[in-house]
Design a protein around this ligand. Structure first.
Ligand SMILES: Cc1cc2nc3c(=O)[nH]c(=O)nc-3n(C[C@H](O)[C@H](O)[C@H](O)COP(=O)(O)OP(=O)(O)OC[C@H]3O[C@@H](n4cnc5c(N)ncnc54)[C@H](O)[C@@H]3O)c2cc1C
Length: 280
């Protein structure tokens, strides 16, 4: 054990990679290594004994992974772009990212926590996942065999592989994408969150809905509600029925923070607010 401030951390070995190629080479040399990005999850996992990994490849200095650019109107965000940078750079275009920032539980952490770290954790604590799901995000992975692309909604139900290096996430820059989160009092521990991306002309042309606890502790899209909304006029009756359908279509986890029934009810309330906001 070594002591770092108040943290009691096990001794770990860290290899620093400065390029994607170097990171891939290091990861291939030893399959027992984890990836370290912002470290905000991994360091506490080490301190709390939640991971057995003792060797890491630190990717935080790979500059090419910290860039954000546009490709055919879509945002292509490097895996190392931090939560703070993302909301600052795209919050004026995507309202959900503004709320993501306003409701962030520990803003200092947002300067370290990365987009890639959030996605790879694949769990309900990661607010960004629901937002990226409704923006039809696609993940770009790199291995020594080349690049592969996976839709985020498919990735959420795939078997996890720790061997992949996520390099970037691409998504639509929608001005009608909204996010709401309910948290627990002063501790700001998230209870449930909902994201909505909707395009309304006379009727709903496109609807994307995601909940942080779609199945247990895993965020994903709520396809039944999306299908219900598309093609309908977004009036009070549609809103009520869609909200009811959402509460019937999710199967949240019960834990010490909240029982499943409470999360279901809370998600319905948040979703109603988002639909009202979208309807103007
Ligand atoms: C006190 C606190 C409050 C927080 N509040 C919020 C909040 O309100 N909202 C919110 O959304 N988030 C919040 N977070 C951040 C969030 O929960 C995660 O800790 C963060 O997103 C992880 O990012 P990281 O870069 O630090 O990941 P790391 O800890 O470096 O890594 C996390 C996991 O992802 C893997 N990984 C990371 N990058 C890659 C990559 N490029 N390719 C492959 N695998 C990779 C790692 O191997 C590891 O398994 C908070 C965190 C803390 C500690």
């Amino acid at each position: 054990m070594m002591e770092l401030g108040y943290l009691r951390l096990p001794r770990i070995q860290v290899h620093v990679a400065k390029t994607v190629e170097e990171a891939l080479k290091l990861l291939e040399q030893d399959g027992e290594q984890g990836i370290l990005a912002g470290g905000t999850y991994t360091v506490s996992a080490l301190a709390e004994g939640k991971t057995k990994l003792r060797k890491f490849v630190d990717i935080s200095r790979i500059r090419e992974l910290a860039k954000l650019r546009e490709e055919n109107g879509k945002a292509v965000v490097g895996a190392l772009v931090t939560h703070a940078e993302l909301s600052k750079l795209l919050g004026h275009r995507i309202p959900a990212l503004k709320t993501f920032w306003k409701t962030y539980s520990a803003p200092t952490v947002a300067n370290l926590a990365t987009v890639g770290g959030s996605v790879m954790l694949r769990k309900s604590s990661e607010d960004l996942i629901s937002i990226l799901l409704v923006l039809d995000a696609e993940l770009r992975f790199q291995t020594s065999d080349g690049e592969s692309r996976v839709k985020l909604c498919d990735f959420m139900v795939e078997k996890a592989s720790s061997k992949k290096l996520l390099t970037a996430v691409s998504f639509e820059q929608s001005g009608s994408c909204y996010f709401e989160k309910l948290w627990l009092g002063v501790s700001r521990i998230p209870i449930v969150s909902v994201a909505l991306n909707v395009r309304v002309e006379q009727r709903v042309e496109l609807a994307r809905v995601a909940v942080s606890h779609k199945d247990g502790n895993i965020p994903n899209r709520v396809y039944a509600v999306e299908r219900f909304l598309e093609g309908r006029v977004l009036d009070d009756s549609t809103v009520e029925k869609a909200v009811h359908q959402l509460s019937q279509s999710i199967n949240p986890l019960s834990d010490i923070i909240a029982p499943a029934w409470y999360r279901r009810e809370a998600a319905a309330v948040l979703f109603k607010r988002l639909l009202k906001q979208a309807a103007g």
